[in-house]
Ligand binder design. Structure first.
Ligand SMILES: Cc1ncc(COP(=O)(O)O)c(C=O)c1O
Length: 319
């Protein structure tokens, strides 16, 4: 699946039907294209050769977050959480994906015309594509603190996964790359650590796992939530959710990004200061090992987080 031609044939869910990607097109006057008025999600599916199935990680939680976030832009989803889960499994089956995939649902303001407002018409699609690692998960990333501050909740809420808000992330990521770093850490307007441009951040200091709180202009990450639980229940670590100073990044023992796309990606240096000994730290490595097993449904205690796409069964929960 690497030529444009093949990608065009991938079946997507668009306006109530399953159609090839090359036929799923929007009009150039669509409001969301001009003003970023859309809410999206990113979900990973992991192919497990042993059981010959593909497991979505926390599928339902992603669609539940999307449904909640649609309130921010007054978007009415045409389908419920159950249906969105069903369609995701159906897309894997229709495309016969037997590799890791990324699921990208997007709900957008579909009103056509000029005018900055939240138009009345909404639309929705799901596209699923083969997907490998997004960040290097072994070598340790070299990151900088960005000169771009994370957008404030009263400007564009970061918890919303609002398309337009990702301009803030793109500016930070582009600046980091252009300056020779792999990635950026974004600070809030008050100068505290927020997150990366697409990933939450964890720091280890004195054997404690520390991450910025939900009011630090972060996306309330589903991976972040999983890591907190794994750290507490499996590694018996103390987890602190609190403000992090920029300078703590320079003196901490371990640092890593996490997220659906990022998975668990260790950070080796910040602003040219080496983190720990410059290698992946022990706690990061333990968490990564656990996470990699959990997403492949190898850990029965957490199997409720994994949804099989081929042996798919709708969860017995009200949408
Ligand atoms: C800005 C931002 N922060 C954090 C995350 C990680 O969130 P999750 O673990 O829910 O994918 C993402 C990715 O979705 C993101 O876009």
């Amino acid at each position: 699946m690497n030529s444009k031609m093949e990608l065009g044939k991938v079946q997507v869910y668009f306006r109530g039907n399953f159609v090839p990607l090359e036929d799923a097109n929007v009009n150039i006057l669509t409001q969301a294209l001009h003003y970023g008025t859309a809410i999206f999600e990113g979900i990973r599916g992991y192919w497990d050769a042993d059981s010959e199935d593909l497991y979505f990680f926390r599928l339902r939680e992603h669609y539940e977050r999307m449904k909640r976030n649609c309130k921010l832009l007054k978007i009415k989803l045409p389908v419920g959480v159950n249906e969105m889960c069903d369609f995701s499994a159906e897309l894997v089956q229709r495309n016969q994906f037997k590799q890791n995939v990324y699921v990208r649902p997007l709900a957008y303001k579909a009103t056509r015309g000029i005018g900055v407002k939240l138009g009345a018409e909404d639309d929705f699609f799901i596209v699923t594509v083969p997907f490998g690692d997004y960040l290097d998960t072994h070598k340790g990333l070299s990151v900088c603190t960005s000169s771009w501050r994370r957008t404030e909740d009263n400007a564009i809420p970061c918890r919303g996964k609002i398309s337009g808000g990702y301009v803030n992330c793109a500016l930070a990521a582009d600046e980091a790359l252009a300056s020779g770093f792999d990635e950026a850490v974004m600070l809030t307007e008050s100068g505290h650590v927020s997150e990366g441009p697409g990933f939450n951040l964890f720091m280890v200091r004195n054997h404690k796992l520390i991450t910025p709180g939900e009011t630090e202009n972060i996306l309330e990450g589903i991976t972040r939530d999983a890591i907190i639980r794994l750290a507490q229940e499996e590694l018996h670590l103390t987890v602190e959710v609190r403000k992090i100073d920029r300078s703590e990044l320079y003196v901490c023992d371990e640092l890593f990004f996490c997220g659906t796309a990022a998975q668990i990606a260790p950070i080796a240096s910040v602003d040219h200061r080496v983190v720990g000994n410059g290698q992946m730290g022990l706690i990061t490595a333990e968490l990564q090992k656990l996470y990699n097993a959990v997403v492949l449904n190898k850990f029965p205690k957490y199997s409720e987080w994994c949804t099989a796409a081929y042996r798919y069964q709708r969860a017995a929960v009200e949408a």
